[in-house]
Design a protein around this ligand. Structure first.
Ligand code: SF4
Length: 372
């Protein structure tokens, strides 16, 4: 089964750490929606034989859309593609957009999973991240969302300068007590050209050292796991049964179609991504051209590397699945690496699989670069 990702490229304001593609020019929303509809129609001919069981609205801020606008997109997707009745439909939302009325509108439109950008339940941390909501608004919104739909995830950002482990635990605890089913916990990253990075470069804020970050990572993982969540990716934890079906497609190298500016797709052995400009996106799609910026075919070697990299950052390599896909034994080809990583506590080995431990996840990128 395949997934559909729809990028909604609008935000009301820029958060200081963000480098996602979006514009604050929300006047373009109507034009964008018309173009998105056209992009869907163009793909109806170019994407044959795919059955979809997930739709993910990401951004930007998808919760900027009204329930009716969202319903229009979902209806068009359903008319155009073969989408299962029980498809997982996730939507990323900012707390300040989620009035009770909006939550019900989204649910009526078909959204059955909300991923709320809470980031923290501590006001000073939210202020540092230049978020527009308060911890009390975030708490109310999570509670109200859980009253309407069961499948609610929150994002948490940690490793803020001078943040203590006990501060992060406040947010984790609150999420658990409220009955949140999924937590995505990300370390604060300093991306190029963000205001946050500028402040760090000017010495106004002090970044945590990689060693301190790794310690915080292990603490956060252990604290979340100890509250009944299962870690199924470097940054993602779910109460069993509430894993994101859509995100698992990325990590298992399964097909997905991306729509909207900057969206990425992977179908067959082909990867492509749309360009990052709402204006150019609309212009191209309106002249019935796909708004693709890069497009390439992965060879067998690249597919294997991607598969290993993504699997190790998630639930690990299943030996039978690997052999079926690539005709080789992962465990035979990588015997030395597996032995060393297991011996040093970075990974775990069972009869039919190999996966990183919490200690291994903390340095997953280094392990992948060094051993695979
Ligand atoms: S709301 Fe999300 S996408 Fe928009 S600026 Fe903030 S972090 Fe970036």
């Amino acid at each position: 089964m395949s997934g559909i990702y729809v990028h909604i490229p609008f935000c009301s304001r820029r958060c200081n750490y963000c480098d996602f593609f979006f514009t604050t020019n929300t006047k373009l929303t109507d034009d964008f929606l018309i173009s998105l509809d056209k992009e869907i129609q163009i793909h109806s001919a170019s994407i044959p034989n795919q059955k979809f069981d997930t739709i993910f609205f990401g951004g930007g801020t998808p919760s900027i859309l009204t329930g009716n606008q969202l319903l229009g997109i979902i209806n068009r997707l359903r008319e155009t593609f073969d989408i299962t009745e029980d498809a997982e439909m996730s939507l990323e939302a900012n707390p300040e957009d989620l009035t009770n009325e909006k939550i019900r509108e989204l649910y009526s439109a078909g959204v059955n999973r909300l991923s709320i950008g809470v980031q923290s339940f501590i006001d000073s941390e939210l202020q540092f991240l230049t978020r527009h909501h308060t911890s009390s608004i975030a708490g109310d919104v999570v509670k109200n969302s859980l009253d309407v739909l069961d499948n609610v995830s929150i994002d948490i950002i940690y490793s803020l300068p001078s943040q203590r482990a006990e501060d992060i635990i406040v947010s984790i605890d609150k999420a658990k007590v409220m009955g949140v089913k999924h937590i995505s916990a990300y370390t604060l990253t300093y991306e190029d050209k963000t205001l946050l990075t500028k402040s760090a470069n000017e010495g106004k804020i002090i970044r945590n050292t990689p060693e301190h970050e790794a310690t915080l990572y292990e603490t956060v993982s252990k604290e979340i796991i100890s509250r009944g969540f299962r870690q199924y990716e470097v940054s993602n934890f779910a109460i069993p049964g509430y894993e994101s079906r859509h995100n698992k497609k990325y990590w298992k190298l399964l097909p997905y179609l991306g729509l909207g500016p900057s969206a990425h797709s992977f179908i067959g052995n082909r990867r492509w991504n749309n360009l990052k400009s709402v204006g150019k996106y609309c212009e191209l799609v309106n002249s019935r051209k796909l708004p693709i910026e890069n497009d390439y075919e992965l060879n067998e070697q690249q597919l294997q590397s991607d598969f290993i990299m993504l699997a190790l950052r998630a639930e690990g390599i299943n030996f039978t699945e690997y052999k079926k896909r690539f005709g080789k034994s992962f465990e035979v080809y990588n015997k030395r690496a597996i032995g060393e990583l297991v011996q040093n506590g970075f990974a775990e080995l069972s009869n039919d699989s190999f996966r990183l431990s919490t200690k291994g996840y903390a340095v997953a990128d280094e392990i992948i670069a060094r051993y695979f």
